[in-house]
Design a protein around this ligand. Structure first.
Ligand code: PLP
Length: 407
């Protein structure tokens, strides 16, 4: 077969990095086990805790209702959409109309990708602004849709909240056409940096998007994973004018350790929700109704809130313990304000983050992600997901000490 028939953009891309790393881990497992270095995964952002018992019990209950085994719709069941609206009201005091302003998602990854496809005219240099470093999927989704990703630097100097007017000036000076910009993606709390932003900054993003007439895609997948009340994340939809330009993405994956369930929702601007639902209606037929019902229950229940608080306490302790361990090896790592990610500068003797990550895997069985997955310029950083058991985290530090990975 002529290989030219495939999508030009996709042909130049690799498989999503997390799956590549997982495949390499699997390949090396027998060898690593043989030398007492069985793999410990700090790669994917996937909590290993059990999902709330409440969700399991509700799922079993709904499984016995025959009418819940038929097709749903891509937009979602009324029961689910209502629960999303209730959550938005309880958590952020944001009023959402379930019928017109919410759409269910098969995980927020799916929602972001289809939102991008609903915006982009392929191969016309349509541009989406994304955080750099940022979630590795953004640039791949944009590229495979035939659009251009333009990275906005997040760093300590701009306190991880860059002035978007300055960004636009730079963009223009580089000779780009402002009319090509279709959307700005923001992600606070941020993967991989673990930083958050203020409500004032969210207002700045909303004002910027309204001024340019573009869509603000706010990826709020980590909004319930935070460690200090003063950094409790906001919704961009709390801001004045947000309903005119913003769609926000939510996920059950991290909050309730439900990564395998593939559940989330998008909410906000009516036109964006409608176009996303239309795009999805050509691709999927929604989430299994049983899961939607159980998901709705956890969003509305005190059990959900209790679980989240307990999880955050656990992750806070894990992060403290692991940060202390890494710093005892000479690294200079700070506790993140939110998420379970550590963004770690690698020792100078390694050529780059890929070499460091490869050696750490091959010698010590510790699986991490090179920083270049999140920003091609982040050659001196790696991301560590602090999702393993306390025992495994201690083992990682021990192995790094023994195997020559001190800073
Ligand atoms: C920033 C960010 N957004 C979205 C997702 C996708 O989450 P899911 O599709 O499981 O809802 C992830 C997963 O790691 C993420 O880090």
């Amino acid at each position: 077969m002529n290989k030219d028939i495939f999508n030009n953009q996709l042909k130049t891309m690799k498989n999503y990095i997390m799956f590549e790393i997982k495949a390499r881990q699997n390949e090396l497992t027998p060898e690593l086990k043989a030398k007492n270095r069985a793999p410990i995964a700090l790669s994917m952002g996937a909590p290993v805790e059990p999902v709330p018992d409440f969700v399991k019990e509700k799922t079993m209950e709904y499984l016995n209702i025959d009418s819940l085994h038929t097709y749903s719709t891509p937009k979602g069941e009324a029961r689910f959409l209502n629960a999303c609206a209730t959550y938005m009201k309880n958590r952020f005091n944001v009023e959402i109309e379930p019928k017109t302003q919410v759409c269910s998602l098969i995980g927020s990854k799916e929602g972001i990708c289809h939102m991008i496809k609903a915006l982009v005219n392929p191969c016309e240099n349509d541009t989406i602004l994304i955080p750099a470093p940022g979630y590795a999927s953004y640039s791949q989704m944009i590229k495979s849709s035939g659009a251009v990703a333009y990275g906005i630097d997040l760093n300590e100097k701009n306190n991880f909240m860059p002035d978007l007017n300055e960004v636009l000036n730079k963009y223009k000076k580089e000779g780009h056409d402002v009319k090509k910009i279709k959307a700005l993606i923001i992600n606070y709390p941020n993967n991989p940096l673990g930083c958050t932003c203020t409500k004032e900054y969210l207002q700045h993003c909303v004002d910027f998007c309204n001024k340019l007439g573009i869509l603000l895609i706010s990826d709020n997948a980590y909004c319930d994973m935070y460690y200090e009340p003063e950094y409790k994340p906001h919704s961009a939809l709390e801001c004045k004018g947000a309903m005119d330009c913003c769609i926000e993405m939510y996920s059950f994956s991290k909050t309730y350790a439900m990564t395998g369930w593939r559940m989330g929702w998008a909410c906000g601007n009516k036109d964006a929700v409608m176009m996303l639902s239309r795009m999805k209606s050509t691709v999927d037929t929604g989430i299994f109704k049983v899961l939607q019902y159980a998901g709705a229950d956890i969003l509305e229940s005190p059990e959900g809130e209790k679980y989240t608080q307990e999880q955050n306490e656990k992750f806070k302790n894990k992060l403290k313990r692991f940060t202390k361990g890494l710093n005892s090896l000479g690294y200079n790592v700070k506790m993140p304000k939110a998420t379970f990610y550590l963004w770690v500068e690698i020792p100078k003797r390694f050529k780059d983050c890929v070499e460091f990550a490869n050696q750490l895997l091959e010698k010590s069985g510790v699986v991490i992600v090179p920083g270049t997955a999140f920003d091609e310029r982040a050659l001196r950083y790696c991301r560590l997901s602090v999702v393993a058991s306390d025992n495994d985290l201690d083992t990682v530090i021990e192995r790094m000490r023994k195997d020559g990975f001190e800073y």
